[in-house]
Design a protein around this ligand. Structure first.
Ligand code: NDP
Length: 477
């Protein structure tokens, strides 16, 4: 048996085995992992429920220390864990090492947050009474995460859940069990009481659904596709459980005539193509005003020609492989869709061969795209961007906002007036000026508007809105 699940403080076999393949080299098996079942979810939830009172009573100093230890360990082991992450998910080694370091910082931040949780003492409208407003843990939290940030996304859910004295059942995406296992080992070694943290690897349709429908799971925090998110919200609503959903994006990067061309190209290249375009905050729509359009197209094509797509662990690789065959096929099919819709494929969109067999795909840019094309409306989740021409700022803003999503929006401009107007009027949870749409800080809220998110924000001190419940106390002395 290879790697195991972690349930009630024990490493346990599952009911099947999951083989983890390296997308940079499909002949390389990263490992074999236990595949859990609905029974494993039952056992994990029971352990998490039983652990709640003890974890709360242990106090904030101990919780802070444990989170800090996890954070420090992640930071110390960032290189080794980054290699594992890059090997199983396909992002480049520097990106993967950076992600592990980010996860470490998140745990350390929430160690501090455990100490900072405070309430209010409020005067009563009735003389002689005292009113308190305090926060309590929500309870057992089910965490369901995607494959694209296999360490950072679990970290930004697990850390606040534990900081605010909840207990956790964690289900990672089946494509990336290695990172989840490594994270679980670090958490398990940090001194948590039995049952506070549990890992159950397995298919979403089995393990995920069992968690979502379990009567003792008090809240579900999910990141992934819109379709799965919608199903989870409906199932949770049926039993009145709290949910938090982070889903897709079709994020616009607006480039105005007065933009610094170099900044515009770097923002677009980073936002649209780095991490193989597999980021919910990716800049998949480049909305460019007429005066800079031709110059920008020429400059970005030149920059794209110099990008290296290769093995994630190879030095000099700018863009690693696509995560798996299904995602590769999805990317490829959108190239056909874009061409059939009348957009011009100016570069990329081809399957590539490298020294090792992997899911290599050249970053693709469609020009002469319009905002009503499917390639401009649907989340492709690959290195594929639509370039849409706009007459002026007003039209660019209206194109940027004409989407069912609202996660991140960016603008490249040297005009303070346009930058400020865009920040105030872009329909998105996060707005970037002279920066790529992807790339965020860890101590401030993360999340979107419209179809991108449901529920309260993740990260920063706003995370407590999901992971705690408010109690109002009245006291007559
Ligand atoms: P999914 O929404 O299918 O998966 C996300 C997580 O949900 C995984 O852990 C998955 O498990 C789990 N899951 C799947 N079905 C269920 C279910 N019925 N009940 C409970 N949990 C379930 O997204 P994918 O990762 O497969 O990616 C598909 C598309 O989603 C991408 O092409 C992209 O468009 C989008 N996506 C968006 C992300 C974002 O951050 N906005 C991140 C990742 C994907 P498992 O995979 O193990 O079966």
């Amino acid at each position: 048996m290879g790697y195991q699940n972690y349930i009630a403080g024990q490493w346990a076999d599952g009911s099947g085995i999951l083989t983890n393949i390296n997308p940079s080299d499909t002949g390389d098996v990263v490992g074999e992992y236990a595949r859990g079942s609905a029974d494993d979810v039952d056992a994990a939830v029971a352990a998490a429920k039983a652990a709640l009172p003890g974890w709360r009573q242990i106090g904030i100093q101990k919780r802070a220390d444990i989170l800090d230890t996890i954070g420090r360990t992640l930071l110390e082991r960032r290189q080794e864990l980054g290699e594992l992450l890059a090997r199983e998910e396909g992002k480049t080694l520097p990106e993967a090492v950076g992600e592990v370091a980010r996860a470490g910082q998140i745990f350390k931040f929430f160690g501090g947050e455990a100490l900072r949780l405070s309430g209010q003492l409020v005067e009563s409208v009735r003389p002689g009474l005292e009113v308190t407003v305090t926060r309590e843990p929500l309870g057992v939290i089910g965490l369901i995460t995607p494959w694209n940030f296999p360490v950072a996304i679990p970290a930004w859910k697990i850390a606040p859940a534990l900081a605010y004295a909840n207990t956790v059942v964690f289900k990672p995406a089946e494509l990336v069990p290695g990172s989840a296992q490594a994270l679980a080992e670090i958490i398990a070694a940090a001194g948590l009481p039995t049952g506070v943290f549990n890992l159950v690897v397995g298919p979403g349709s089995v393990v995920g659904e069992a968690m979502v429908n379990h009567p003792d799971v008090d809240g579900i925090s999910f990141t992934g596709s819109v379709a799965t998110g919608a199903m989870i919200a409906q199932a949770a609503a049926k039993r009145l459980a709290r949910v938090q959903l982070e889903m897709g994006g079709k994020n616009p990067l607006v480039i105005l005539d007065d933009a610094d061309l170099e900044v515009a190209v770097e923002c677009a290249i980073n936002g649209a193509f780095f991490s193989t375009g597999q980021r919910c905050t990716a800049s998949s729509r480049l909305v460019v005003t007429a005066g800079i359009h031709d110059q920008f197209v020429e400059a970005i094509l030149k920059r794209m020609a110099g990008l290296t797509v290769d093995h994630a662990l190879k030095e000099g690789t700018d863009i690693g492989p696509v995560v798996d065959a299904a995602q590769l096929e999805q990317n490829r099919s959108y190239i056909d869709i874009g061409q059939a819709e009348g957009a011009t494929l100016a570069a990329g969109g081809e399957l590539l061969e490298r020294d090792t067999p992997g899911f290599y795909f050249s970053p693709a840019l469609f020009v002469e795209a319009t905002n009503d094309m499917r390639i401009s409306r649907e989340e492709i989740f690959g290195p594929v961007a639509s370039l849409i021409k706009a007459a002026d700022y007003d039209e660019a803003l209206s194109i940027a906002n004409d989407t069912e999503f609202g996660l991140s929006a960016g603008i490249v401009t040297t005009s303070l007036r346009h930058a400020t107007h865009f920040r105030n009027n872009a329909e998105a949870g996060m707005v970037m000026v002279n920066l790529p749409t992807a790339g965020v800080d860890y101590h401030v809220p993360f999340g979107g508007t419209k179809g991108s998110s449901l529920g309260t924000r993740e990260q920063g001190s706003y995370a407590k809105e999901f992971y705690t419940t408010v109690k109002t106390g009245y006291l007559l002395s």
